[in-house]
Ligand binder design. Structure first.
Ligand code: CA
Length: 226
């Protein structure tokens, strides 16, 4: 039974999360301060951490930095709408996902389930010798589920970037940069068209899956659980 630490200073939000997560069969522990949460983890292992960005003692970003020095437990950020999201996406902080307030507690529970499944998968099912995506940079080729994909150079760079960090959201600007495209307004749309043609090529290999996930307004991520 996964144990989940919630670090959130608003009791009303924490309450709804505790309720939704317990319904999923998780056990939970709630702290209102980052320092308290980090101390709790010193003595009690957690399988998952839900971390508010705006906390009274430390920012969630700082808390995650400290947490990452000693643990790679999956972390989901709770953030207020606004510039914080850019920081989450832009900085390589090592969070697994984030949700923007206000959110539905069930949506959070679903994300938690997906991330836990993803975290469990590599050890349980995928030996490192047979990754889902095999990227051969020297030959600029990518295999998916053992089948070679025929890609343009831009599609190759976009897909290689996405699968290099499963679950991480890359902005259009970041993906544009890996294709070597000009960082000008308007060119981000080229990334959308690369994603579209990539999805069509992936569908030819396996029409039941859609491993490139759109995060509306933020960018794209490779989600091995889909
Ligand atoms: Ca807060």
């Amino acid at each position: 039974m996964p144990h989940i630490l919630i670090i959130e200073d608003e009791a009303a939000i924490a309450d709804t999360l505790v309720f939704a997560l317990r319904q999923e069969g998780h056990t939970t522990h709630w702290t209102t301060l980052a320092g308290e949460g980090l101390r709790y983890l010193d003595t009690t292992p957690a399988d998952f951490v839900i971390l508010d960005v705006g906390l009274p003692d430390l920012s969630g970003f700082e808390a995650l930095k400290r947490l990452r020095r000693r643990s790679d437990v999956p972390v989901l950020f709770l953030t207020a709408r606004g510039e914080e999201v850019d920081r989450i996406v832009g900085l390589e902080l090592g969070a697994d996902d984030y949700v923007v307030k206000p959110f539905s507690p069930r949506e959070v529970a679903t994300r938690v389930r997906g991330i836990l499944k993803r975290a469990a998968r590599p050890a349980a099912f995928a030996p490192p010798s047979a990754p889902e995506f095999a990227v051969d940079r020297a030959r600029a080729s990518i295999h998916w589920q053992g089948q070679s994909l025929t890609l343009t150079p831009s599609e190759f760079h976009v897909l290689a970037c996405l699968v290099s960090q499963p679950g991480r959201i890359f902005t259009r600007e970041q993906l544009l940069a890996v294709t070597g495209g000009p960082a000008l307004d308007g060119y981000e749309r080229n990334v959308d068209s690369h994603i579209k043609t990539l999805r069509a090529k992936l569908r030819q290999v396996d029409a039941t899956r859609e491993p490139i996930r759109t995060h509306r307004g933020f960018g794209y991520a490779y989600d091995p659980a889909i």
